[in-house]
Design a protein around this ligand. Structure first.
Ligand code: PHE
Ligand code: ZN
Length: 849
């Protein structure tokens, strides 16, 4: 097929949705997996769609397919093909379409459609990969049952649904094409089984490369717990005889919820104590749950169109967060969710890529698998639950499953079940789906005659395409703490809906301190002028664990801001307040570890920018280092004691309690090595029997420029393990001194093991650069150039990953004129490339504004 001349790309718009003129009654596919000459034959039964205008021709998507022949009702047809699909006249009633195409999975480096990875065949079809497999109406509102035949000499052949034997699979549940999957390879299963509430027996298999079976044990355990949890919490049962998961090394994302055949990035399946960290175990548990929960929220009820992506993703993230919170403790989970939300979603929402949770147009839908759709989408549900209460939420969800099972639904459908189940009008609330940007909530307080008044104002700044904003409904969870530290008012939820609104608390005998936005009840930036002493009071006494942590975080941010802008010294209120908490044995170790964290350099840069300063990345880094030094000096004996006390006994166990102890121990180690010349880190590196501590020690050594030998030893030990080597690459970049980060990263990209076409490996180095902001923003622009060079190299090979990684530049407007010019120069260099992908073109265009 010849490339068409470049044309201005027209965005797809939500407002232009029209139903497909046909329904698909059944799909049957025959695959002959023969390397570069792979064949796909299809037989598809179409009928006119009674809900659409009748049509005399059909359009089927198709990309890079070599059509061999096509027939309608047995008679040869010659459809008109373009690079995007084909058009063919059709009879007025039902008809059967048959066709055969040839495709080449062996050269498909985009990892979208059918491709090969490490000798196995596998597919990725969300969002629009199925059109690279055969001609089809590749849109989520077209749902059909599938039967699939796989002809291949590979020993294991898998597809969706139930096995009929001999490489044939039948999926009785109507599904959109994006949930199609096929795998064939030399794989081994780690197997188990599960009996559902109503007695259905389900075979469970996790398919991995020979030898990796033991590393699938934890994922299996997480799967079984997820299946049970969804029955107990949502009344949702599994609906096939088998549930298969496959681990694949080359994958653009985390994992994919294909019906009955989830495909995972091997990073989120495989774990053993010596190769995976506590955080890997945590992620595996969460992602296994996420993909499994999609079976109901995504698969049984899918999206009408891709603008509704948050319908499945926001809800499924919310569900996996509830699950993880039940498994690992609510407070710690909530804090890590919010840290992640601020790091990724707030950053996006406050920059040129800001878009609504339900976007209104796109050029390339793959660019909208964002923190806004996923994480803010989950926060919106979190707020909805606050507003309607637990009971209302569970009634609404029951109604959702009842009413929409088998549908391709919309956000309107979703909100309607809440309105119908609870009687609440959600018209204003729905702005959370249509308005981009993070609302800023400011608070001032008055106390008079036993009455505390909270005066709130909300404001959302303009975002691209949305110059004016309307007030949103903001649930504000509030509690009051008396002067002696007792709670005088337990958490109540205030509902703010106006631009300015006041709330009164009467009958108070003394002025309390308000604890506001408890549990992070809404995804907003809270701006509340408060003196250090009051923040320290909340840090010591807040009865809401999230807000207690938040008090320390905000105090830390204010202290750092003054250190950066005024050259102030680290404030004693912060140092003594944190010290007291860290030493408090009544608090969980995981929580205390979080208390020792400081706001990230990126977060500080945004905060400085918001308050009218031009952030200097090196100055931010230096101030943070000084504060960490001061913390280490203040707490040294406590940290030393805790470092010994938090040692966990062998054998390693990934459970939350042991992981929490190791988290606190690692946090102590990082601070102590500012005092002990890295003696503890050296000893731990030599003695560690698990990857969590091995990595903690190595990171500390590298950070203090004492890592050369350890880095080599680690390489010699792990060079044959891909997942561990990803960590090795990343760690050296993240923890490199910022002055030499660019050279370190450049040297690593020249390393023979830098297999840049593998997304995990590519992300190790390039993602590591992003995680080292002082290095990334080095004044001479060396890191910007290196980063852009690699995006340019990857784009023709893997546009999806390139486009996603381009967000490293999304914060350019925060910085000084020189850095802005250098970043824009790189973005323009990319934008000007001949043959640049639509994916990257759209992203770079939006970032440049
Ligand atoms: N739908 C997947 C998930 O959230 C993510 C994904 C999107 C994977 C697109 C691959 C491609 O679980
Ligand atoms: Zn998902």
């Amino acid at each position: 097929m010849k490339d068409a001349a470049p044309q201005p790309v027209r965005p797809v718009r939500l407002a232009e949705y029209t139903p497909f003129p046909f329904v698909v009654e059944h799909v049957e596919l025959w695959f002959t997996l023969a390397g570069a000459e792979t064949r796909v034959r299809s037989r598809i039964r179409f009928a006119p769609n009674p809900a659409a205008e009748p049509a005399r021709e059909i359009f089927l998507h198709g990309k890079a397919l070599a059509l061999q022949w096509a027939r309608i009702d047995g008679a040869d047809v010659q459809p008109e093909t373009t690079p995007k699909g084909l058009t063919c006249p059709v009879p007025s009633g039902p008809f059967t379409w048959e066709a055969e195409v040839q495709i080449d999975p062996t050269t498909n480096t985009s990892l979208d459609g059918l491709y090969t990875s490490g000798g196995m065949y596998c597919t990725q079809c969300e969002a629009e990969g199925f059109r690279k497999i055969t001609y089809y109406p590749d849109r989520p509102d077209v749902m059909a049952p599938f039967r699939v035949h796989i002809d291949s000499d590979m020993p294991v052949k898998l597809s969706n649904g139930n096995p009929l034997g001999d490489g044939t699979w039948d999926d009785p549940w109507p599904k959109p094409a994006y949930l199609f999957a096929l795998v064939a390879g030399d794989l081994r299963a780690f197997s188990s089984d599960f009996t559902t509430l109503s007695g259905r027996h389900v075979d469970l298999n996790i398919w991995v490369r020979p030898g990796d079976e033991p590393r699938a044990e934890y994922a299996m355990d997480a799967l079984i717990r997820s299946m049970k949890w969804d029955e107990e919490t949502y009344g949702r049962e599994y609906d096939l005889d088998v549930f298969n998961i496959v681990a694949v090394d080359d994958f653009n994302m985390g994992a994919m919820e294909n019906k009955g055949l989830n495909i995972f990035n091997s990073k989120y399946v495989l774990a053993s104590p010596d190769t995976a960290t506590d955080s890997d175990y945590d992620l595996i548990e969460g992602i296994i749950a996420h993909e499994y929960f999609h079976n109901w929220t995504g698969n049984r009820i899918t999206c009408r169109d891709w603008f509704q992506l948050c319908l499945k993703e926001g809800l499924t993230v919310f569900r996996d967060q509830q699950f993880s919170s039940d498994m690992r403790g609510a407070a710690v989970k909530r804090i890590t969710e919010v840290m992640q939300l601020r790091a990724r979603q707030f950053r996006e929402d406050q920059g040129p890529l800001a878009h609504p949770v339900r976007p209104e147009e796109y050029i390339e839908i793959n660019n909208f698998y964002t923190a806004t759709v996923y994480e803010k989408g989950a926060e919106v549900i979190h707020m909805l639950k606050h507003l309607v209460g637990d009971d209302g939420y569970s009634k609404a969800l029951d109604l959702y499953f009842d009413r929409h099972d088998g549908d391709a639904a919309t956000i309107e459908d979703w909100l309607k079940v809440f309105e119908d189940a609870t009687g609440r009008d959600l018209t204003q609330f729905s702005r959370w789906y249509s308005q981009a940007g993070t609302p800023r909530l400011s608070l001032t307080e008055r106390f008079n005659d036993g009455t505390l008044t909270l005066d709130f104002k909300q404001e959302t700044r303009p975002t691209p395409g949305q110059p004016t904003k309307l007030p949103q409904v903001i649930p504000i969870a509030v509690g009051l703490i008396g002067p002696n530290g007792d709670e005088v008012l337990p958490t109540t939820v205030l509902e703010m809906s106006e631009a300015e609104q006041s709330f009164e608390f009467t009958g108070l005998s003394a002025r309390p301190v308000a604890s506001v936005l408890r549990g992070f009840s809404a995804p907003v930036v809270l701006d509340r002028p408060l003196d250090n002493a009051t923040r320290a009071f909340l840090l010591a006494h807040d009865t809401d664990p999230f807000n207690r942590w938040e008090a320390g975080r905000v105090l830390g941010k204010e202290v750092l801001t003054r250190m950066i802008t005024e050259g102030a010294a680290p404030a004693p209120d912060l140092l003594t307040g944190l010290h007291r908490l860290v030493a408090d044995a009544s608090l969980e170790p995981a929580y205390r570890a979080l208390m020792l964290g400081l706001p990230s350099e990126d977060d500080l840069a945004q905060t400085l920018f918001d308050s009218g300063h031009v952030p200097d990345p090196a100055a931010i880094h230096a101030a943070r280092e000084r504060l960490l030094d001061a913390m280490a000096a203040e707490m040294e004996p406590t940290l030393a004691r805790l470092y010994d006390e938090m040692e966990t006994p062998a054998p390693y166990s990934p459970d939350a309690e042991a992981a929490g102890k190791r988290a606190l121990r690692s946090a102590c180690l990082a601070l102590l090595s500012r005092r002990d010349g890295c003696a503890r880190a050296q000893a731990l590196f030599a003695a560690a029997d698990n990857m969590t501590e091995e990595m903690a020690a190595l990171a500390t050594l590298v950070r203090h420029d004492q890592g050369a030998e350890a880095v080599q030893a680690f390489y010699d030990k792990w060079r044959h393990d891909r997942l561990v080597m990803d960590k090795w690459f990343m760690l050296q970049v993240v923890h490199a001194r910022h002055e030499i980060m660019a050279e370190t990263a450049a040297a690593l990209t020249a390393h023979p093991d830098f297999d840049w076409k593998n997304p995990n490996r590519f992300r190790s180095v390039l993602g590591g650069m992003q995680a080292n902001p002082a290095g990334f923003h080095r004044a001479d622009g060396a890191a910007y150039r290196l980063y852009a060079d690699w995006l340019i190299k990857l784009d023709p090979v893997n546009p999806q990953t390139t486009a996603r990684m381009s967000t490293a530049f999304e914060t350019w407007a925060r910085y000084d004129a020189d850095r802005q010019a250098m970043m824009r120069e790189q973005l323009e260099r990319i934008a000007a490339l001949e043959g640049l992908s639509e994916n990257t073109g759209e992203m770079v265009g939006r970032i440049l504004g």
